[in-house]
Design a protein around this ligand. Structure first.
Ligand code: MG
Ligand code: MG
Length: 249
């Protein structure tokens, strides 16, 4: 549970992450390299007086994680160029005066297949299904179960090995927030908690593996994967998104 002062800093950090997503979105086009997107994001974050949370985190080399098509999360930006029809997940973290914002969003590159559009639409909706469960007195399992139920209804595979988390002056704090589980189980939400909820859903099965770079996670069956994440604060009667529009004014 965070103090008022901490929540104010988390709002600033979250807003920087949100602004970074908005800033790089117009550059996501066929022909742009992942490293170009990464350096645009890093420069933007630093221009706001923050530092990229991921750079150097457990040795991660870049400011952002960029995961293309069958890559689930933790893709390392390379000189690979985006092609029409790709989808990319960009995970961005920014640290401001010691406090982190964390938000991932998945984007279309040019025009994408109907299947990929379906995956993006329903992974984003799964995030908001999870968010609807965020209020004091509910359990973490209520969030997990809402995401899993929505994903299953739409025939999407729920990645199990990676989870949402608390967020504060550490990028990853307690509690874990799985994207599957039983309603009414796990820690109880309280006003002032700050958490990141992040469904990772696959068009195929839930199975994944890690590439030899020890970072990039890809789907086992080669199917496309999407990732949407917001950091939020639990309020008196619900939640406020720290990494989105909610956080203005
Ligand atoms: Mg993230
Ligand atoms: Mg996260």
């Amino acid at each position: 549970i965070k103090s008022k002062r901490e929540i104010e800093l988390l709002k600033i950090a979250g807003n920087i992450v949100y602004e970074t997503h908005k800033y790089i979105k117009p550059f996501i086009k066929p022909g742009v390299s992942l490293l170009k997107l990464d350096s645009l994001a890093e420069d933007f974050i630093r221009s706001k007086g923050a530092t990229p949370s991921f750079k150097g985190y457990e040795g991660f080399p870049n400011a952002t994680c960029i995961s293309v098509n069958n890559e689930v999360v933790h893709g390392i930006p390379s000189n690979r160029k985006l092609k029409n029809g790709d989808i990319i997940g960009i995970d961005i973290g920014a640290k401001y005066k010691g406090y982190h914002g964390d938000s991932a969003w998945s984007y279309k590159v040019g025009s994408v297949s109907r299947e990929k559009a379906y995956l993006l639409e329903h992974t984003e909706k799964a995030l908001f299904e999870g968010l609807k469960q965020v209020k004091p007195g509910n359990h973490i399992g209520d969030i997990s179960n809402a995401i899993e139920t929505y994903a299953k209804k739409h025939n999407l595979g729920v990645v199990r090995e990676l989870v949402g988390h608390g967020v504060g002056n550490n990028l990853h704090e307690e509690p874990d927030i799985p994207n599957y589980g039983k309603a009414g189980t796990g820690p109880i939400l309280k006003e002032g908690m700050t958490i990141a909820i992040e469904p990772m859903l696959n068009l195929g099965t839930h199975k994944i593996y890690i590439l030899d770079d020890d970072w990039t996670i890809i789907t086992r069956d080669g199917s496309p994967s999407a990732h949407f994440e917001h950091s939020v604060v639990v309020t008196k009667d619900g939640y406020q998104i720290l990494t989105g529009d909610d956080n203005f004014g």
